[in-house]
Design a protein around this ligand. Sequence first.
Ligand SMILES: Nc1nc2c(ncn2[C@@H]2O[C@H](COP(=O)(O)OP(=O)(O)OP(=O)(O)O)[C@@H](O)[C@H]2O)c(=O)[nH]1
Ligand SMILES: [K+]
Ligand SMILES: [Mg+2]
Length: 445
Amino acid sequence: MHPRDQTIFALSSGRPPSAIALVRVSGSRAGRVMAGLAGKLPSPRMATRALLRDIGQRPIDDAVVLWFPGPASATGEDVAEFHVHGGRAVLAALFAALSGFEDVRPAEPGEFTRRAFENGKLDLTEAEGLDDLIHADTDRQRRQALRQLKGLLGDRARDWRARIIEASALIEAGIDFSDEGDVPAELIAPALAKVRALLAEIEEVLAGQGRSERLRDGLVVAIAGPPNVGKSTLMNQLARREVAIVSPHAGTTRDVIEVQLDLDGYPVTVIDTAGIRATDDPVEQEGVRRARARAADADLVLWLSDSPREAIDHDGVAPIWKVRNKIDLQEAGRPLAEAEPPGPGSFEISASRGDGVPELIAALVGFAQGYFGGTDGGLISRTRQRKLLQETATSLRRSVAVVGQGEELAAEELRLAAHSLGRLLGRVDVEDILDAIFREFCVGK
Ligand SMILES: Nc1nc2c(ncn2[C@@H]2O[C@H](COP(=O)(O)OP(=O)(O)OP(=O)(O)O)[C@@H](O)[C@H]2O)c(=O)[nH]1
Ligand SMILES: [K+]
Ligand SMILES: [Mg+2]
């Protein structure tokens, strides 16, 4: 039997031990497996208690089982669910029993979702949304994934694709009409109007959404600056715990230290780095090299200093905010007048006391909002989706541009645009691209 037609099983709940574990089985043998282990097939979609027994009639566990005959199941195939006690030995015994059935094997990562996709239960954007929902750590990631899973992008793409096909039908009809000479303008004009309208919609989605696909990975904010200015102290303030060593000794931090923060639902990775200075210590030199490299790749750099006019020693394309630290010392002694007045992207804080830190955090949230594209988030959640929408828009623009040189050229561009949207939905993709996408999913999904 081809692996694709085999029946698959996997643990679909979390890592054992746990109170309950869910093992799913999908494929043509699922019914035989269920009847074999539970003694008989329960009524469809009814939670039923059953003593599971292996092939030698030895009991495995007292379980709750569910039977979903296809196509009304998550994958579209026959699906059997076993809710067992989530112990490692219980699962080992159940897996051994499942593997004993002919043409039944453990699932590959993402294989359940792939079968659902292939049986038309989900389009590719929805499958991606499902994977994102499982991996969502913050509230905004969850909401974006849920929009994707509910098919918001997929529905738009299906609508656009249908309208492109209508427009191209008008143009093709025009081509058939005129064996010699020009296609009548009455046919071309409405087609062009359709194309322009939907191009505007796609451009709006592309322009208005910030970098919403980056919401999956989050934003990287690097704290950089000279030694001893309080970078690690600020890091600990932002993390609200002692993640980095703080000491009056310049050159304390050498490794890059990362924490994941949830800032108002936005995922933000903050990195603390070695103080940047010339040094003879080879270990510190390596720390400085790493600090420069990570700050150069960051999406935002907080350049920390403890003196009013500190030169910024950093190369990179990311915006830099000047953060002046230790203002508590200034209040105690030196006059405030010598300080540069703080402007946009410029902050004054006391990392040890916490003054100015809430304002800095609020500004970071604002930055994240602008970066990811506003409060409602985007329709686009992956680079793959953005690229295909850009390709679609390019083909539509070309079709409008070339229509004067020949209707066939315009029709060809519309075909390409429809093809790009088909790929977005996973309707026309080649096997290896689908393999690459589904391989990233987890086992049991
Ligand atoms: N008065 C005052 N001291 C601070 C403040 N922030 C940090 N410090 C002190 O400054 C010293 C250096 O702090 P760190 O956080 O280790 O500085 P760093 O920039 O990480 O230093 P390196 O990792 O060595 O580059 C420590 O003694 C801190 O307690 C502040 O806001 N006010
Ligand atoms: K230090
Ligand atoms: Mg430090």
